[in-house]
Write a protein that binds this ligand. Structure first.
Ligand SMILES: C[S@@+](CC[C@H](N)C(=O)[O-])C[C@H]1O[C@@H](n2cnc3c(N)ncnc32)[C@H](O)[C@@H]1O
Length: 258
């Protein structure tokens, strides 16, 4: 359900809200910050968009994706295999899926999201991009094991979901990754902000955590060690921690045994 509103100020941020499938019951909302103002002719039927970027009809735009896609391509690009299948969990608007599929033609990229609105946006971005290696989005909820694919895939990518979903979603993500990453060396790549015992929480992340919890008490920044333990329980071991812009981390896990 689109719940965004138009704002008049150029610097203000509009947020569109996705509602999860009714069957989930739990409040699993995701917001995509999008630009408040859109130039005439750039506005489409269901969303606002970044004034710098033309967005295909029916697609959503995310300011965060515009900022982090370049660094993610660079960081993940060095670790994704040259060929193989990638399952992206919680693809949201779909901009990362298009960017990765375009940059890595040897990969068969499958985006997914439980939100019908997100999948419609992914489909719109994908139609405009017309990439042969980008599959249609799957309706995949990490809390609904019955709908999970069986794989195998060579990599699972999940960007900015863990802190905007209940902790159970992290467990689901790890079990899913454990199921589809069957071969040793299989890669699980996570991106987002985390708490770390050995690192002082940046004020911006503390404020973000508070705002997430204000919107939903089950959301919030996760302890990296707890995420690591959940992955290890599925045979996935943290092999790399990369500091990213704006106090985010890329965490790379590998399957160590079949
Ligand atoms: C902040 S958005 C991130 C979207 C995209 N990865 C990005 O970085 O722009 C969080 C996404 O997580 C998805 N999500 C929330 N709960 C989920 C669940 N249980 N299973 C799979 N995806 C979920 C939402 O539908 C939403 O698209």
């Amino acid at each position: 359900m689109f719940q965004g509103r138009w704002h008049s100020g150029r610097r203000k941020v509009n947020r569109c809200t996705f509602q999860p499938p009714a069957s989930r019951g739990a409040a699993l909302f995701c917001t995509f910050p999008v630009a408040a103002t859109a130039r005439a002719g750039y506005r489409t039927g269901v969303q606002t968009l970044d004034p710098q970027t033309r967005v295909p009809s029916g697609a959503l735009a995310s300011r965060a994706s515009a900022r982090n896609t370049g660094p993610l391509l660079e960081t993940l690009g060095a670790h994704l295999p040259a060929r193989g299948r990638v399952l992206e969990v919680a693809s949201g608007a779909g901009e990362h899926a298009v960017a990765f599929a375009r940059a890595r033609p040897g990969l068969e990229w499958t985006p997914s999201d439980p939100s019908a609105e997100a999948r419609a946006s992914i489909t719109a971005h994908a139609a405009a991009a017309a990439l042969p290696n980008l599959n249609p989005p799957m309706a995949l909820d990490v809390l609904d094991e019955g709908g999970w694919p069986h794989g195998p895939v060579e990599a699972v990518v999940c960007i900015n979901m863990i802190h905007i979903s209940p902790w159970a979603a992290t467990g689901g993500l790890m079990r899913l990754a454990g199921r589809v990453l069957r071969r040793p060396g299989g890669l699980l790549a996570l991106y987002g902000p985390y708490r770390e015992a050995e690192v002082e929480l940046a004020p911006s992340n503390a404020a973000f955590d508070a705002s997430l919890k204000g919107r939903n008490p089950d959301w919030g920044l996760r302890e990296r060690a707890a995420v690591e333990a959940a992955a290890r329980a599925e045979g996935l071991v943290l092999t790399r921690r990369v500091e990213m812009p704006a106090n985010n981390l890329t965490l790379l896990f590998r399957r160590v045994s079949a």
